[in-house]
Design a protein around this ligand. Structure first.
Ligand SMILES: [Zn+2]
Length: 202
């Protein structure tokens, strides 16, 4: 299986790797910094470069646990040593968008007891659906100021891995209406944006 370097360090922009296989879905590397679309976040774009060639990567997706880099042109042959580099500006904007959505869901959960039922995300633009009876323009403005107050706290964002059973048993951790995390995901990667949202202080 592809070593998922971004899961450990989301700030890596490139890595050396070698081509394991080339399938209809895309190129499989032995390791990668590309984020495969999932969890509401689009897949990374970027480029693979090797001695004498390069190909743009237009999307990244996961099938049966394998990460596929979708090429925009002719892929390198199996065994080729490549540098895999993501479009960092796009990815960083997606990371910020994604983190903002999680803080939004935390604020709505903390202050209005509503869970997330859906959403969509593009770089810098996103939609999030909540289980609320009704909303108004005033409510939107209220949420916006609560969200901005939370973001102004500039809390550190940390990453940890929690066994699936433990994570699902924690009602404060999984804020989606139904668990949207595929059953094969174990352990679950937990991103913590603030101690303010822990059960003790909610
Ligand atoms: Zn997320």
């Amino acid at each position: 299986m592809t070593e998922d370097l971004a899961a450990i360090d989301a700030y890596l922009r490139e890595t050396t790797a070698s081509v394991v296989s080339v399938a209809d879905e895309g190129i499989v590397l032995d390791r990668t910094v590309f984020y495969a679309r999932g969890g509401g976040q689009p897949g990374d774009t970027g480029v693979l470069e090797w001695s004498g060639g390069s190909v743009a990567i237009t999307d990244t997706l996961k099938r049966s646990g394998e990460v596929f880099h979708v090429p925009g042109g002719s892929p390198p042959p199996v065994g080729t040593a490549v540098v895999a580099r993501i479009d960092w500006d796009r990815r960083h904007t997606l990371m910020r968008t994604h983190t903002a959505l999680h803080v939004l869901s935390a604020v709505i959960w903390r202050d209005f007891d509503a869970k997330v039922t859906g959403g969509n995300m593009e770089p810098g633009v996103a939609r999030m659906d909540f289980e609320l009876d009704s909303i108004s323009v005033e409510f939107g403005k209220d949420v916006e100021s609560r969200l901005n107050a939370a973001l102004a706290g500039n809390h550190p964002v940390t990453v940890r891995f929690v066994p699936r059973a433990e994570a699902l048993a924690d009602p404060d951790l999984i804020r989606t209406k139904v668990s949207l995390i595929p059953e094969t995901v174990d352990p679950i990667r937990v991103i913590e944006a603030s101690a303010r949202f822990s059960p003790a202080t909610r």
